[in-house]
Design a protein around this ligand. Structure first.
Ligand code: F6R
Length: 608
């Protein structure tokens, strides 16, 4: 949520900032801005409403140059999407310029205090208070670093921020308390800050992810990280920059979402590489080695996540209960953190998150921090907050996911949960069959991605205003995921039900204007899904069925059919979900929606 970039030393700071912000637009894209220190030691600010492209146009018209500056792409929390609310924000004398990601919860009391002292505010944001606090503290302390430390002590909430100031013009400061902030170092002695190393891929060779309660002061001669709790200088080894510029480019694809869907076969292959042994029930999860002893005493699993990751967790519930015979509960992180839970040390909590930075999931983790319970992470972004706060975990290895709508990360999460279920099982009867099919899945899915039936079907239904998604057992969470994806990127209202629930109320919605997508795959509940389809058809509802048998008698009963590869039931979500993702994608495409940047949303939700 909100993207920050900043530099000291880049030969063309505006160019770097604009490029960096473009790569961070997945974090927010309702307005953007930058501030550049020019050769007269003045700081020039450009702000626009809308995408970074607008900022680019406006900045290019102003011929800005300089080697020090900062920029921001916003996802509005406090204050409407207006130019005055775009970052950077400054104090009333124009001495301190800040960009901020997060929420300052006590901003109103700080604002009241500062207004009493004569400060005049020019935006409706919580963030502006930071610039004014800096000015207020600087008056007494006469050092920007000291003023920043004093200001941070007054803030309650979450922040990652970057600061430049006319008072000490050749410096840049960064600080963080939740929300990522990465320090980048380049061979040519230029320095960078960014919310995601992605923005640094073309400039920095080394990175240091800052930790909570750390402040960094950067000058053209070097950088110093200070731990604000201990007041000590931090010396942490640098990490090599692994991302390349190509990782963040579209290549031959029209959108990142379709690029990422096409990357699913590789993501599943990468998730199982070196972890799955086909011949014997032997799963290698190196990330769990350090907690093997504790795992022996676990008799209950709680999964905590948000959104699509939560639906992956629901698939995990079916997988672990079915394969490992261990009880599982799945909780929404935003609920779990405020609810009293009878927890015991024989329970383990698994946090699932693509970004590893979701505020609600981090909040839930903090709630059980001192409980002594084992906390595992299933996280995609290496080194992210959740990966660091959990006791152990398994990385998804899905690679960079840029589209706001999560697709390949969901598939990797489900794959990892399948591995965990096998890891925890004693003697799963279908081990060999499942593992053989899992290994074959990437090539089967690659072939499936080459067919075009889903696009044709979407072109038939895209004008619908409402959609029903139905599935049972393993495919109930997939129906939920399919409905979420359709809402998110096409803006068509959709709801999902376990098929058996249809007759308990929602059937009243069905008529010829309300189509349903029913996932009706081979297995225990096939006949039950057939009955649900009959109930819908009897009310003149249109039905698209996802089936796994090209000769299924269902085909004659429904309006349209998507045939997917047939696999053993525990693997069905990995196949049915890709069909739902493609369906949502083509529906949104037919409506000409901004696929990768749906309105009102942002990729990593780092605010509560
Ligand atoms: C939907 C989507 C979101 C995320 C949710 C959790 O397509 O991407 O629902 O799944 O915001 O994000 P992570 O997994 O980063 O914790």
């Amino acid at each position: 949520m909100c993207g920050i970039v900043a530099t000291v030393g880049h030969k063309n700071a505006p160019e770097f900032i604009l490029e960096g912000l473009e790569s961070l637009e997945y974090r927010g894209y309702d307005s953007a801005g930058l501030a550049i220190l020019n050769s007269d030691s003045e700081i020039e600010v450009v702000k626009v409403v809308g995408h970074v492209a607008n900022l680019k146009d406006k900045t290019n018209n102003q011929n800005l140059t300089g080697r020090i500056g900062l920029g921001h792409t916003r996802w509005a929390t406090h204050g409407q999407v207006l130019t005055k609310n775009a970052h950077p924000h400054q104090d009333q004398n124009g001495d301190f310029f800040i960009v901020h990601n997060g929420i300052i919860e006590n901003f109103q009391s700080l604002k009241d205090f500062l207004m009493n002292k004569g400060h005049r505010f020019s935006s409706d944001t919580d963030s502006e208070v930071i610039a004014h606090l800096l000015a207020y503290n600087y008056k007494k302390l006469k050092s920007v670093k000291s003023a920043l430390i004093a200001s941070l002590q007054s803030l309650r909430g979450a922040y990652a921020l970057a600061v430049i100031s006319k008072r000490e013009p050749n410096k840049l400061w960064g600080a963080k308390l939740s929300g990522p902030l990465i320090l980048g170092l380049a061979k040519d002695n230029s320095y960078y800050l960014a919310s995601d190393s992605l923005a640094l891929a073309s400039v920095a060779q080394k990175i240091i992810p800052l930790e909570d309660f750390e402040l960094v002061e950067i000058t053209p001669k070097g950088q110093t990280i200070i731990n604000l709790k201990t007041d000590q200088i931090v010396s942490r080894p640098t990490e090599l920059m692994k991302l390349t510029k190509e990782d963040s480019q579209l290549g031959d694809f029209e959108d990142y979402m379709i690029k990422e869907i096409h990357h699913i076969p590789q993501a599943i292959g990468d998730a199982i590489r070196g972890r799955l042994n086909i011949d014997q029930n032997f799963i290698t999860l190196g990330g769990l080695n350090s907690v093997v002893d504790q795992l022996q005493y676990i008799d209950r699993i709680i999964i905590v996540a948000c959104g699509t990751s939560y639906f992956a967790g629901m698939v995990g519930e079916y997988l672990i209960e079915d394969i490992a015979n261990m009880p599982v509960e799945v909780h929404l992180a935003s609920e779990f953190r405020y609810r009293k839970q009878p927890l015991s040390r024989s329970s383990m909590v698994i946090f699932i998150s693509q970004s590893g930075e979701t505020a609600d999931s981090i909040g839930a983790l903090e709630v059980i921090a001192g409980s002594g319970m084992l906390k595992l992470g299933i996280v995609n972004v290496v080194g992210s907050t959740i990966s660091r706060l959990t006791d152990a975990g398994i990385y998804c290895r899905a690679g960079l996911e840029k589209s706001v709508a999560s697709t390949k990360a969901f598939m990797s999460q489900v794959t990892i949960l399948t591995l965990i279920a096998l890891y925890l099982s004693d003697n799963y009867k279908d081990y060999r069959l499942l593992s053989q099919q899992l290994v074959n899945l990437p090539s089967q899915l690659s072939q499936f991605l080459n067919q075009h039936q889903i696009k044709k079907i979407a072109n038939k239904y895209y004008q619908a205003s409402n959609f029903m998604f139905l599935g049972r057992n393993y495919n109930y969470p997939v129906a939920l995921e399919g409905a979420l994806k359709l809402k998110e990127i096409s803006y068509i209202h959709a709801e999902a039900l376990a098929s058996g629930e249809l007759k308990h109320g929602s059937l009243a919605l069905i008529d010829k204007k309300m189509p349903s997508l029913v996932i009706a795959l081979s297995g225990k509940t096939l006949d039950k899904n057939v009955s649900s389809i009959a109930e819908i058809k009897a009310r003149k509802g249109k039905v698209i069925a996802i089936v796994d048998d090209a000769k299924s008698p269902i085909i004659d009963q429904v309006d349209d059919v998507i045939v997917i590869p047939k696999v053993i039931e525990p693997l069905q979500p990995l196949v049915s979900a890709i069909a739902c993702h493609l369906f949502a994608y083509y529906m949104a495409k037919a409506l000409d929606r901004p696929i990768d940047r749906p309105r009102n949303l942002a990729k990593s939700v780092t605010v509560e």
